[in-house]
Design a protein around this ligand. Structure first.
Ligand code: NAD
Length: 318
């Protein structure tokens, strides 16, 4: 019997899949603190993982652990050096969440462009006519968007941008020009050039040494005054302090953030009181549909792994 730890609860659909298979049993671990995981994780053969951290201290005694199945596609919360050295396989839900994230980007772009929060507020306080025409709003039509990172989410987003008649530039040094052109985008070789001409910037790169602080004050200063920056990738790809400064100095029009350098966000993070930024709590994938898909793919990956049937695109190459 293969023993699976479900670290932090996932949608019931994925749990049902495990229940239906007689070779697997599972336990849900709600307390994902380092202290508790050190204690309880060693008896398991496999685990699912949401946002909790799996560091060396926790993994050190997990001698039976063969596979970690991420509920998502980012894996900056796992000690990659340790699992590589110890032959632990890392799986991701590669096909489950791109649509939900791409829709979240579109929602943020529209919401900020239409100043919808402010309109809503004015109507509620009785300013139906007074302020409406003085509030600045923008259209997506004919605007330039720069997509940074053209993997699963970037490629899903471009189709939606095309639906709004946007012009799409792509910065991703690892993706060929021909592939980007097939999607109707134009490859940009130089990030600064792209930032200089775009009206919207959407980030879809993993967080690593190369992408940390990819967008800082010097980059933001290069952008148009009416531009809007959206980050649904990982906190840290944009330097938060620099973003807040750029918004306060009217260097850019607005920003939408689903992800933060520190999650949950610190109460005294100045972005929380900045009206030019639209925030969501790392929730781009929290649609009903996506929660079900991710949960199913997370546990299916574990079953497929042990049945030697795993789709290679789900395996993280370490
Ligand atoms: P992916 O691996 O399919 O694509 C990432 C792309 O980034 C690749 O094409 C790669 O070539 C490119 N890239 C890497 N380094 C780059 C660099 N320095 N400059 C430009 N491009 C670079 O990943 P994905 O599924 O599209 O997801 C992208 C990121 O979104 C994930 O790494 C994850 O951190 C984040 N994400 C967030 C949520 C959320 O809930 N907000 C959900 C899913 C994914």
């Amino acid at each position: 019997m293969i023993h699976v730890a479900i670290i932090e609860k996932i949608h019931q659909d994925g749990l049902n899949l495990l229940k239906e298979n007689q070779n697997f049993k599972f336990e849900i671990i709600e307390d994902s603190s380092e202290e508790n995981l050190i204690k309880v994780l060693p008896k398991f053969d496999a685990c699912t993982l949401r946002v909790s951290k799996l560091n060396e201290k926790i993994l050190l005694n997990c001698k039976k652990l063969k596979v970690i199945s991420r509920h998502g596609v980012g894996y900056d919360n796992v000690d990659l050096n340790y699992i590589k050295k110890n032959n632990i396989t890392l799986l991701i839900t590669a096909t489950a969440n791109a649509v939900a994230v791409a829709e979240h980007v579109i929602y943020m772009m529209l919401s900020i462009s239409k100043s919808i929060n402010q309109y809503d507020h004015e109507v509620r306080i009785g300013n139906f006519k007074k302020n409406a025409s003085s509030i600045k709003t923008l259209e997506l039509f004919n605007k330039e968007i720069l997509i940074v990172g053209f993997g699963r989410i970037g490629q899903t987003l471009i189709k939606r941008c095309k639906g709004f008649d946007m012009k799409v530039k792509v910065y991703d040094p690892y993706v060929k020009k021909e592939i980007i052109e097939k999607f109707g985008g134009e490859k940009i070789e130089n990030l600064d050039k792209g930032l200089n001409i775009c009206d919207y910037l959407s980030l879809h790169v993993p967080l690593n040494d190369k992408t940390k602080n990819l967008i800082d004050y010097s980059k933001l200063k290069n952008m148009k005054k009416e531009s809007i920056v959206i980050n649904t990738a990982r906190g840290g790809v944009i330097n938060e302090e620099d973003l807040n400064k750029a918004l306060n100095e009217n260097i850019i029009f607005g920003a939408g953030l689903d992800v933060f350098e520190k999650e949950p966000v610190d109460k005294n993070n100045p972005l929380l009181t900045n009206k030019k930024v639209l925030l969501s709590p790392h929730s781009a994938t929290f649609t009903n549909e996506c929660k079900s898909r991710m949960s199913l793919e997370t546990t299916k990956n574990i079953i497929d792994f042990f049945e030697n049937n795993i789709d290679k695109s789900m395996i993280v190459k370490l």
